[in-house]
Write a protein that binds this ligand. Structure first.
Ligand SMILES: [Zn+2]
Length: 147
């Protein structure tokens, strides 16, 4: 059937595009993480002995920041691997709530989005309402406690 064929073709190209996007990101992140690890190592080795205490603690802070960044990037890298795994299973890129395909542009901006735009907006509105309700109830609670 012609319609089935077109649909399959569209699915395949979407799969290819998403895979390409995720792999590009993975490659970028890997290069960045590896580059940073190299920098940290190079900095750690050079001039360590000549620094006085104050300077070396500044270096330590700098290194802590670098490590935190590396850790963050590695976590993103894990998420990308997870997304690629889900893509293989055919569950990546579909809305968690309504099951519709999440728009490609949205996935490009937010590769780990689990909801389509409509569902996300609905959820945000619901959360906002909930927060308002909570705020009200907690201020009531606060009021009660001061009495
Ligand atoms: Zn949805």
């Amino acid at each position: 059937m012609a319609t089935t064929k077109t649909k399959t073709a569209a699915k395949t190209s979407r799969y290819t595009e998403l895979r390409q996007m995720l792999e590009d990101r993975r490659r970028e992140l890997m290069t960045e993480v590896q580059g940073r690890i190299r920098d940290v190592r190079a900095d750690g080795n050079k001039d360590r002995d000549v620094l006085d205490q104050g300077e070396s603690s500044e270096v330590d802070i700098q290194e802590d920041i670098e490590f935190a960044l590396i850790q963050m990037k590695s976590e993103t890298l894990n998420k990308i691997n997870e997304a690629l795994r889900r893509l293989e299973e055919g569950t990546y890129g579909n809305c968690f709530e309504c099951g519709d395909e999440i728009a490609h542009a949205r996935l490009r901006a937010l590769p780990f989005a689990v909801r389509c735009k409509d569902c996300e907006e609905a959820r945000e509105t619901a959360e906002k309402r909930e927060r308002m309700a909570q705020k009200r109830s907690s201020s009531t609670l606060f009021f009660d406690m001061t009495n």
